[in-house]
Write a protein that binds this ligand. Structure first.
Ligand code: IMP
Ligand code: MG
Length: 181
């Protein structure tokens, strides 16, 4: 591959504008971990990270939590480009023993709420006793599905964002800050 093509592939134009800096994310993730630790001191939940969006958020959050948190991941998708398709794929990736367990879902962003509502329902069907949600970002706009989020990092306007795990059709995930596309 030519160098020129390669550069284009990793940084498609136009370069998105920074919404939340790396420093602000780091600080907020630390606070969230502190809050989670405090309220999970009696029963340790299974942490379920939704891939690929929660990739970096999950990794950073985990490193701020004690090593007693059991971690599982499931690949879930619903987006094509900047729009929700309304169809959640990958729910069957959430399998295994959740009977009687407290589960903490970790995801990148709450938008329409369909993903988290479907994942939560699936976990309860698999016998989870309690399901809490921790998301890095919450979009302010009206939701199609009501979802209770126990821990949220930042509330943002209804804009499509990328970086720190969030992608636009697979691109921009590796950005260290969160940017508006
Ligand atoms: P929901 O089901 O509409 O709440 O969408 C949740 C999922 O869509 C998230 O887990 C993300 O993977 C993806 N998503 C929603 N909004 C954005 C965005 O602004 N940027 C990147 N991904 C998004
Ligand atoms: Mg996602």
């Amino acid at each position: 591959m030519e160098i020129g093509n390669w550069k284009q592939a990793i940084q498609p134009e136009p370069v998105p504008r920074v919404l939340i800096t790396e420093t602000a994310i780091r600080r907020r993730v630390r606070q969230l971990a502190r809050d989670i630790k405090r309220s999970c001191s009696r029963r340790t939940p299974v942490v379920l990270g939704l891939m690929n969006g929660a990739l970096f958020f999950l990794a950073d959050l985990l490193r701020e939590l004690p090593p007693v948190f059991e971690v599982r991941c499931a690949a879930i998708a619903s987006y094509k480009g900047t729009k929700s398709t309304g169809k959640i794929t990958g729910l069957e990736n959430i399998a295994g023993d959740f009977k009687g367990r407290d589960v903490l879902i970790v995801d990148d962003i709450l938008d329409t709420g369909r993903t988290l509502a479907a994942v939560r329902a699936r976990l309860l069907r698999l016998g989870a006793k309690r399901v809490d949600v921790c998301v890095l970002l919450v979009k302010k706009k009206t939701r199609r599905r009501a979802v209770r989020v126990r821990w949220a990092g930042f509330e943002i306007d209804d804009e499509f964002v990328v970086g720190y795990g969030l992608d636009y059709d697979g691109l921009h995930r590796g950005l260290k800050d969160i940017r508006i596309l």
